[in-house]
Design a protein around this ligand. Structure first.
Ligand code: UT7
Length: 332
């Protein structure tokens, strides 16, 4: 009987291209404050958000993914036939099944292995870890990773604690083989005992049996999540730096999940990041786009020339689950 043959050497992996899709419609704070008795000033001061994009008709999870993917593949110089995997991180694709990824792959002209992952605001960083491992082991040569959300479909416009926080959009990257390490070890974990802190209000089954229920929007206990993020997530970010053997002063950028500008500022301070280090603050005009937030912020920083290709970025995603993932990456 012959033995199973497996690759016995690991390759390196890196991000070779990034792309983004921001929906056409821009919604300023003034348009959402009415039902929650809030103000533009309060939202800006407490979250840093000035406006968000709202996806409309023709801007589905799949469509936005395809548009973002095209930009990433173009920069990477990778054609659809070269993709060995398509991973879509999302919690707002409106079909339980099939997932968005097979349709995204087909729309791009690819028949690669394709699947969705559900890890909320950490979904993109989870997917980067999976894609990196696929490339390193040789399961795939090039993997498309998309973070995409239509969060406003799952937002209750009358919920004071969340109506102003979310936005829509898609960010995508291609992960490819590399001569040198371009994606550091992932530091990740979960705390399912805290699952109620950010959650869909009711299950689909509840809605099915009780037609009087409101649409089961995603709501959160903001202040508890805030404390968790600034207290625990900064330690995970530091662990990701240590795991990669990278010091704060070696970084070219810090790209945390865009949850709240005060969380971002506090994390940057506690990590002791050098004065003047570019820190992603895409949240101002994009709000919290969950799985899309890190790649959207990365794409903006590169496009606007705030950081250069080839620099090291510390990225971290954290959210509903609770779940988190962080790693150091070389910018495409
Ligand atoms: O993406 C997943 C991870 N998510 C996060 O990391 C989000 C983390 N949480 C947050 O970003 C913040 O908790 C929020 C931005 C959601 C809320 O900010 P906060 O500073 O934690 O506000 P709060 O809930 O503690 O409320 C402070 C005050 C209260 O008034 P009093 O009791 O101090 O008089 C609230 O009643 O602000 C009031 N308030 C509002 N006022 C105007 C609460 N919500 C609003 C509102 N507009 N929408």
């Amino acid at each position: 009987m012959s033995a199973i043959t497996v690759p016995d050497t690991l390759r390196h992996a890196r991000i070779t291209g990034v792309g983004a899709y921001r929906p056409v419609a821009v919604v300023p704070n003034s348009e959402i404050i009415g039902p929650i008795d809030s103000s533009d000033q309060w939202i800006k001061e407490r979250s840093g958000i000035e406006s968000r994009h709202r996806a409309g008709e023709g801007e589905s999870v799949v469509e936005m993914s395809v548009q973002a993917a095209k930009g990433a593949m173009e920069q990477a110089g990778v054609g659809a036939e070269q993709l060995g995997g398509v991973i879509v991180a999302t919690v707002t694709h409106p079909y339980q099944t099939p997932g968005a990824a097979p349709e995204v792959a087909a729309r791009l002209g690819s028949g690669a292995a394709a699947f969705d992952i559900s890890a909320a605001c950490a979904g993109y960083c989870y997917a980067i870890s999976i894609a990196s491992d696929m490339v390193r082991v040789g399961t795939a040569d090039h993997v498309l990773v998309v973070g995409v959300e239509r969060m406003l479909d799952f937002t209750d416009p009358e919920d004071r604690g969340s109506a102003f926080i979310f936005g829509d959009g898609a960010g995508a990257v291609v992960v490819s083989p590399s001569n040198t390490p371009g994606i550091g070890p992932t530091v990740w974990g979960s705390d399912g005992d805290k699952r109620q802190l950010i959650a869909q209000r009711d299950s689909w089954n509840d809605l099915h049996t009780d037609r009087g229920l409101r649409w089961p929007a995603i709501v959160m206990e903001g202040p508890s999540v805030f404390r968790w993020a600034v207290w625990s997530m900064v330690k995970e970010a530091q662990r990701a730096l240590d795991a990669a053997g990278v010091r704060a002063e070696d970084l070219a950028a810090f790209i945390p999940h865009q949850a709240n500008v005060r969380i971002i500022d506090q994390m940057a301070k506690t990590l002791g990041l050098p004065e003047g280090l570019p820190v992603a603050r895409d949240i101002r005009t994009t709000a919290n786009t969950s799985a899309a937030s890190v790649p959207l912020a990365m794409e903006r920083m590169l496009r606007e020339g705030e950081v250069a290709s080839g620099g090291l970025a510390l990225q971290i995603g954290f959210g509903a689950g609770l779940v988190w993932a962080a790693q150091v990456v070389t910018l495409p």
